[in-house]
Design a protein around this ligand. Structure first.
Ligand SMILES: [Fe+2]
Ligand SMILES: [Fe+2]
Length: 327
């Protein structure tokens, strides 16, 4: 018999004996004897039973199944494998930081660029995030003063313009991530559902493997990259390459000013790309250092018969070159 049960039996048989004397007898503490005496005297009439091991195991099995079923409905992924059945060179436009719905966006340039991407043969696109401005009182309270329409309408507009450019893959920007922060909603998944063909939902970023003719191209795309610095843009890209390995193109957004750099790493060309933004009127940027966005949709032209790609900072230049090499 355990000591606790022995003491309990003894206390029941000797109700008038002092707890100190019982403690001495059983060589235990006074407080331990008091605790046992309270448990003898208390009758808990409706206490919930202790969980049984088999119930805990059963809950685990249910949890595991629920997790698997949830993942079956989750379309976020980090690798996109795409075959382009084209015999001529193709272009890929890297576009993001639209910030639709904000005040002071260069909407005229935005529309012209959308129309160009939409109507240029052989020009594909990748979305790099911040399609909508999405300022919310719970995230950046003062940001709502810079909005021109509700976030609901911004979603409608973002999906509308994404549908027009039919991107092969889209990533989540920091402004779309606020939907996740406040409600656990992956708004990029909602956009993807509305687009036909449905693009890859590349989550916070991922790898796009493109098969074009005899060539294989590897593109890395993210909205934001770690280690970003206003003093050394290239370093963040170099670190990204070091972290994730060989690729042809690393494309990012977020800083609202374009950047193109052609490098040679591991005996291959790699090009670092950052798109610009249509956000001209920018309370946040002005307060930081008088920043305003610079419009730029970089275009990479990829060749199918040799491993060769040429990158342009501006959409019009990329399209002009693409048209030249496709004719
Ligand atoms: Fe942005
Ligand atoms: Fe951003």
């Amino acid at each position: 018999m355990l000591k606790k049960e022995e003491i309990a039996e003894y206390l029941k048989a000797h109700p008038n004996e002092s707890y100190r004397s019982v403690a001495r007898l059983f060589e235990t503490s006074h407080s331990f004897v008091i605790r046992i005496s309270k448990s003898i005297k208390s009758v808990y009439e409706n206490i919930a039973p202790k969980p049984k091991d088999q119930d805990v195991q059963s809950f685990y099995e249910w949890l595991k199944e629920r997790s698997e079923r949830e993942q079956q409905l989750d379309r976020k992924q980090t690798v996109a494998n795409i075959t382009l059945k084209e015999s001529q060179p193709i272009g890929i436009a890297f576009t993001g930081d639209w910030h639709i719905g904000a005040k002071g966006i260069d909407y005229d340039s935005f529309e012209q660029d959308i129309e160009l991407i939409e109507n240029t043969e052989g020009l594909y696109s990748v979305g790099l995030g911040d399609y909508k401005d999405n300022q919310m009182p719970t995230v950046h309270p003062s940001g709502v003063f810079d909005e021109a329409c509700s976030t609901e309408l911004q979603d409608m507009l973002a999906a509308h313009f994404l549908a027009r450019i039919a991107p092969m893959a889209i990533v989540r920007g920091c402004h779309e991530h606020w939907d996740w922060t406040i409600s656990g909603k992956d708004i990029i998944g909602n956009y993807c559902d509305k687009l036909d063909p449905m693009p890859f939902n590349l989550w916070h970023g991922g790898t796009i493997n493109i098969s074009l003719g005899e060539q294989r191209y590897k593109i890395k795309a993210r909205h934001k990259i770690p280690n970003e610095s206003n003093l050394n843009t290239e370093n963040a890209f170099r670190r990204w390459y070091d972290r994730e390995g060989k690729a042809d193109i690393l494309a990012a957004a977020h800083k609202h000013d374009p950047f193109i750099k052609v490098m040679h790493r591991q005996n291959s060309q790699v090009t670092y790309i950052r798109c610009g933004s249509y956000k001209k009127y920018d309370e946040f940027g002005q307060r930081l250092a008088g920043y305003e966005g610079t419009k730029a949709i970089p275009v990479a032209v990829l060749f199918p018969n040799e491993h060769r790609f040429v990158v342009f900072e501006q959409l019009r230049d990329g399209i002009a070159f693409l048209k030249g090499v496709r004719s």
